[in-house]
Design a protein around this ligand. Structure first.
Ligand code: ATP
Length: 365
């Protein structure tokens, strides 16, 4: 069990700055996701926390102790890799017991621990099997067993389910999360899959180009994205963005989009000029009485819901609505947005303008 804190951590590879000054804290027992597109610096951040890469500057603390210069072997952590790196010449039991035997633990104690871990993972009946013929799921369980058996302070996982097909991946992600809940060990997990991060994580750090864009619990990140990048990266379809020119804040309660007034969140901070009005597809309401109109350009049937694409005076927009609504391509429909679900961004910086509602969750000041 461990609290992990990184403080102004930066990593350069030669003249390339892979991770810009980053700070966040992973609390003891959390399932913590490092999320972002390929090349954003999440693996490098994980490797620095694990001691596989030295930071160029900044500090890393595990349980309050500064470990930035300590190698991985002295940090009491375990790594789970994507490709289930198992020893092919050893059977399952030997793969799981290897870390303990190499530490010099007495054989009877090793047997007890391996039995315990095998029970947790449901692999007791395959301990004598060679790893060669195992299914993907069993290989993953053995790899996890080898990590768990040492009782490390924390687990570091780099896209551990990345090589699995979609159905099995979902099954394993549920299993991993359940395992974490049983053991309660701090887990840091790298993924580029926003859905996986939302489903599994207690907290998420969203990274982009080496920068921590936002850090928080999944619902806050979804409801109150700190930047346009986060609003676009999280959610499928992503948040809609309508560009407009105007003024907000200073006690104003609405903004005007192409002649139509929309109520905005209370106490939004002041800004004027080019602004962006953000609304998630499920928060776009079709309303015959609304004076703001969109022309339907496409519909996509998804079973219980459908995605309807519109052209509006401020740009394209998608709505997620119940599939029983009969909507036809080419028709013009009134659109309405609920003030509580709107995020406003400064167009030049892409940063969300703060309101009373999202005050506490933005992290990139
Ligand atoms: P991916 O999911 O593709 O691995 P990532 O977000 O984990 O992406 P990193 O692997 O952390 O990204 O890499 C961040 C950037 O640093 C990338 O541009 C990568 O090419 C670069 N990089 C990583 N390791 C090195 C290295 N040893 N030498 C030079 N550049 C590196």
């Amino acid at each position: 069990m461990a609290q992990i804190r990184i403080q102004n951590v930066r990593k350069d590879f030669g003249s390339f700055n892979a991770v810009k000054s980053s700070s966040f804290t992973i609390e003891d027992g959390e399932f913590f996701m490092l999320l972002g597109p390929s090349g954003c610096g999440k693996t490098t951040t994980l490797r620095m926390m694990a001691g596989l890469e030295l930071p160029s500057s900044g500090e890393i603390f595990i349980d309050g102790e500064e470990v930035g210069m300590k190698p991985a072997s002295q940090r009491d952590i375990a790594f789970v890799f994507q490709m289930f790196a198992l020893y092919p010449h050893m059977n399952v039991g030997k793969n799981v017991s290897y870390p303990l035997l190499s530490q010099g633990m007495p054989k009877a104690e090793v047997k007890r621990k391996v039995g315990e871990v095998a029970e947790i993972l449901g692999i007791s009946d395959i301990l004598s099997r060679p790893v060669g013929g195992l299914s993907g799921g069993d290989r993953q369980r053995v790899a996890l067993g080898r990590a768990i058996v040492r009782d490390p302070k924390a687990f570091f996982m780099d896209e551990p389910l990345g090589a699995l097909d979609a159905e099995f991946r979902e099954h394993m992600s549920e299993e991993l999360r359940a395992l974490h809940d049983r053991m309660g060990a701090t887990t840091v997990y790298v993924t580029h899959d926003q859905l996986e991060a939302m489903q599994m994580g207690d907290k998420i750090v969203v990274m982009n180009h080496g920068v921590v864009e936002q850090f928080g619990v999944p619902q806050d990140i979804y409801d109150w994205p700190a930047t346009r990048f986060v609003a676009e990266f999280i959610g499928s379809p992503p948040m809609n963005f309508l560009e407009f020119h105007g003024m907000v804040g200073h006690g104003m309660t609405s903004v005007e989009l192409s002649g139509c007034a929309f109520v905005i969140p209370e106490q939004i901070e002041g800004a004027h000029g080019d602004l962006t009005f953000g609304v998630r597809p499920e928060h776009v309401r079709l309303d015959d009485n609304a004076s703001y109109k969109g022309r339907v350009t496409a519909t996509e049937y998804l079973g219980t819901t459908q995605i309807v694409s519109f052209d509006t005076p401020n740009g394209p927009i998608k709505a997620r609505i119940a599939s029983h609504h009969n909507v036809k391509t080419g028709e013009t429909i009134g659109l309405q947005f609920d003030a509580r679900t709107i995020t406003l961004f400064a167009a030049d910086t892409g940063r969300a303008l703060k309101s009373a509602a999202n005050q506490g969750v933005l992290n990139n000041d």
